[in-house]
Design a protein around this ligand. Structure first.
Ligand code: ADP
Ligand code: MG
Length: 216
């Protein structure tokens, strides 16, 4: 599903922030990406989300060579990817319900079906009583839960999450992990080493832009 070989990334004329990344994600696999702040976790996720192209190396996603593919194929590929951004990326004028429903509506799902599915998800993440509240009036942890519900609702082939449990207590983190672990290919960046200890999946470690399989 994803294959990176010798991938490097630099921002404009700055120093390279990712070096020689070799990464292979099989369909249905789960991985954690750990590493200190500034190691390059969000940068690596931005490549996986096709927000930018690598500055060297080979990136293959869903069978496409990303660095030679025309940008016009990106929207179709992105539709197969669910993402929870570190800073939530929520549209402030939409209620929690509308944000979660948006991708289903865009995909042409029927209204009644959308409503049932969205309500069920928001209940699961503990926001059943907040469905009509807009983001300026909900907390960081609540935004994070809306973002998680939104990322899973379209049943993406690849699910990327950047620090998805940062503002949440352990019980809620566990509920979200159950949502994530629904058979999709999962790649979760976190500097919270607690999470990989409780949910045992392979851990990749990023240090100073270099990837290694972690012993822990
Ligand atoms: N948009 C950007 N422009 C320039 N440099 C960036 C940008 N985003 C991140 N960086 C740099 O890339 C390095 C890795 O950052 P980041 O990927 O955010 O790490 P992490 O998510 O592990 O904290 C840092 O040195 C950071 O300053
Ligand atoms: Mg980050």
């Amino acid at each position: 599903m994803v294959r990176f070989e010798n991938v490097g990334l630099r921002y404009r004329s700055g120093p390279e922030v990712l070096h020689d990344i070799d990464l292979s994600l099989a369909p249905g696999s789960y991985h954690f990406l750990v590493g200190p702040s500034g190691a390059g976790k969000s940068s690596l996720l931005s490549l996986l989300y096709l927000a930018r192209r690598s500055t060297r190396g080979l990136m293959t996603m869903f069978g496409h060579d990303i660095n030679s593919a025309p940008r016009s194929v990106f929207p179709d590929l992105r539709r197969r990817i669910g993402v929870v951004f570190q800073d939530y990326h929520l549209l402030d004028h939409l209620t929690g319900f509308d944000k979660v429903a948006l991708s289903l509506r865009v995909a042409g799902a029927e209204t009644a079906q959308v409503r049932g599915h969205v309500l069920q998800l928001l209940e699961w993440v503990g926001l059943g009583d907040k469905i009509d509240v807009q983001p300026p009036y909900i907390s960081g942890g609540e935004k994070q839960r809306v973002a998680v519900a939104r990322s899973v609702i379209g049943q993406p082939d690849l699910l990327l999450a950047d620090e998805p449990t940062g503002n949440l207590d352990d019980a809620m983190a566990e509920r979200l992990m159950h949502l994530f672990e629904q058979g999709t290919t999962l790649f979760i960046a976190t500097h919270d080493t607690n999470l990989p200890q409780r949910f045992v999946h392979p851990v990749l470690r990023l240090d100073d832009g270099r990837l290694a399989a972690a012993a822990s």
